[in-house]
Ligand binder design. Structure first.
Ligand code: SF4
Length: 300
């Protein structure tokens, strides 16, 4: 096992490069879905919008620059093995990696602490980067999902707690209003994350976790999967396409994550991602070797 200082330096450097990769390149599932969606659009206007998206993404790779100017605030969803030997330094490593990546990539400094109203300049600040932990018992590995939370796709976020007498159908107009109102400005086609829980905060966390799920993977319950399909089809029949212009597909998909609810509540949160769904996964082993399952052929 490496000494703590060497391990810390090795991890910071690797995660700094992983942040750079995820800022520049979309993960394989998103690229494949956007390519399919371009084929399904049938107007010159929509084809032109998708062509500009792909040209932008290719230029970002050629020039090694972020694919959107709004690199957002960084959120790390961590599945931490309880026996991962560097668990105790992980929070510090991630914060340092964000500082360095802000300089080296570069990322746009976006973090403003609420009551100082001053940009910290390095994308760190109060509870920032945002860290969300799941502890995996007896595992020696750590899996990090990095999400770039831009402003355009954070603004449409909504949450509401319904009465059970409203029924689960009540969430449908709520979701449609979020997508067709502020969602239009969030650079469609969107991925829509819906969290169904027992109160407002667990629904909100689940709605973000829904955006982290790989495209093409359905809700495990058949009724959940059916609701995802129904809402996707409904949103894609609105006549809205890429950039909110006339087209056939407003959304890349709808993902629902759920928990048990209180008998007397139906809590629903909606979170969307723009077409620049920048989320990548890095799996780190106990010897600090790693894999990048969301980026075929990539190295750091
Ligand atoms: S909504 Fe997405 S693609 Fe549009 S400006 Fe914001 S981060 Fe960039």
């Amino acid at each position: 096992m490496l000494g703590e200082n060497s391990a810390k330096e090795q991890l910071i450097s690797a995660i700094e490069k992983f942040i750079a990769l995820s800022a520049v390149r979309l993960s394989d599932d998103v690229m494949a879905r956007l390519a399919q969606m371009r084929e399904r659009e049938d107007t010159p206007l929509q084809k032109a919008v998708y062509d500009s998206y792909f040209e932008n993404l290719q230029m970002a790779r050629n020039l090694n620059r972020p694919c959107c100017q709004d690199t957002g605030l960084l959120q790390f969803y961590i599945k931490a093995g309880s026996a991962f030997p560097y668990l105790h330094i992980t929070a510090e490593v991630l914060t340092q990696a964000v500082r360095r990546a802000t300089e080296s990539v570069p990322l746009r400094p976006n973090a403003v602490n609420y009551f100082d109203e001053k940009n910290t300049g390095d994308n760190t600040g109060e509870r920032t980067p945002w860290l969300y932990w799941d502890i995996i018992p007896d595992s020696q590995e750590m899996e990090i999902t990095l999400y770039f939370s831009g402003a355009g796709c954070s603004l449409p976020g909504q949450a509401k707690v319904f009465k059970p007498s409203d029924g689960i159908e009540a969430i449908i107009p709520f979701v449609f209003d979020a997508v067709t109102g502020p969602g239009v400005n969030a650079c469609p086609p969107l991925l829509v994350g819906i969290g169904l829980g027992h109160n407002i905060e667990n629904a909100a966390v689940l709605s973000k976790k829904a955006l982290l799920r790989p495209l093409g993977k359905e809700h495990p319950h058949p009724k959940g999967a059916q609701l995802e399909k129904r809402i996707t089809e409904g949103l894609n029949s609105l006549g809205m396409g890429a950039q909110g212009l006339r087209g056939n597909q407003a959304v890349m998909g709808v993902h629902i994550e759920s928990s048990a609810r209180h008998t007397a509540t139906i809590a629903c949160a909606v979170n969307v991602s723009c077409y620049m769904l920048r989320r990548g996964v890095m799996r780190i082993n106990s010897d600090l070797s790693f894999e990048l399952p969301t980026y075929h052929g990539a190295s750091l």
